[in-house]
Design a protein around this ligand. Sequence first.
Ligand code: ADP
Ligand code: ZN
Length: 208
Amino acid sequence: MRIILLGAPFSGKGTLARNIMKDFNIVQISTGDLFRENIKNGTEVGLKAKSYMDKGELVPDAVTIEMLKERLKCDDCKNGFILDGFPRSIPQAEALKEITDIDAVIALDVPTDEIKRRCVGRRICSKCGEIYNTSSYSKPTCEKCGSPLFQRDDDNLETITLRLEVYEKTTAPLINFYADKLYVAKGSQEGPEETYKPVKNFLKGLLK
Ligand code: ADP
Ligand code: ZN
């Protein structure tokens, strides 16, 4: 199964992707994570991406699309994948069409107030990638694996405002672009498990 996840920053895409990945045995491909890895390893792609990410702007398409194309060639994508953070614009979606078919697009719908509330509190496990929020979890280490949590460099109020604007202007139009494959999931107040349940049913329905 080949899935795209759409949603504003902090809508919970990463958490939802991790749930889908486990149940449907497909890999999660986050272009944001791929960039962060490249930056950490000091690669050419990382050098190109860093200044844009620090500002909260999109990395140029030439860099992003090439990186994604290479990633999709890996063996672990054979059984399917879930794209988290790509495509982020109509031109990226057009480019993706030339690379692969897509079975479903899930758009995560979360009210803006909720997103603003989540943003500065996000913490991520440095080892297993589990995502927390300080509003509901105050420990400095991961519940699952005990490793230290960190805050992303671009999770500060200045870049967050710009990232939300970029989403509204450049990424949200993809919801219409993918109208024929779209499933809209409401981000639940009850938490990630409740958000995931209807999505799981929808995806199971596709397998029949
Ligand atoms: P979030 O969705 O929380 O903003 P991501 O980890 O998906 O975080 O992305 C972080 C940054 O990485 C973005 O602000 C952007 O600079 C860059 N990035 C990620 N995916 C793309 C993409 N598809 N196209 C261009 N830039 C991207
Ligand atoms: Zn962990």
